[in-house]
Design a protein around this ligand. Sequence first.
Ligand code: CA
Length: 229
Amino acid sequence: MRERILIIEDEERILQFLKRGLAYEGYQVDTALDGSIGLDLARENPPDLVILDWMLPEVEPGLDGLEVCRRLRAGGDVPILMLTAKDTVSDRVQGLDAGADDYLVKPFALDELLARVRALLRRAKREDPRVLTFEDLRLDTGTHLAFRGERPIELTAKEYELLELFLRHPRQVLTREQIYDQVWGYDFGGESNIIEVYVRYLRQKTEAEGEPRLIHTVRGVGYVLREPT
Ligand code: CA
């Protein structure tokens, strides 16, 4: 599953530079030119990491980078990397107090930013529950083994990615476009039935002994992992 990174930065040039660099590394990148748009985007498509500029235009009174950081932090535990031109000890402390996980002083080298991003994502993953569960379905993200009750299920790489996506978004309807984008990593186009095929594989494997269905079709939209009906 490709990791989603949200960049909130008002300097278009830096924004595009970061977007290109991160996309080249295979990340899925969302961008916002101010904090208000950034917070909206973070709610719509929860990112795995946020790169946040400290000095943002206050489109709402008081909504500077620090405040955006506080609000992001209040909404969840997404890792936040702050970009700042400030480099005094008290500024750094303020940023970390507001909930930033790390900060980088401008100007910085892209390689250094990428290294920080990787480190933060690794750390977040480690703190993530290693075993994802829903009802009697379990997926060990370390060994890539799945179980339905006590019954082990072998998965191919794509089946694993698809099942992981469902288990990370229980009871949430995932559109075909979202699934395509997350698992196959390119924009949805044409009439491919690859999602149907893989959902069928997963159902066959998770229902092999007559267990009730957990992956349900939402007609005209996509699929959802929810309790059997
Ligand atoms: Ca700025």
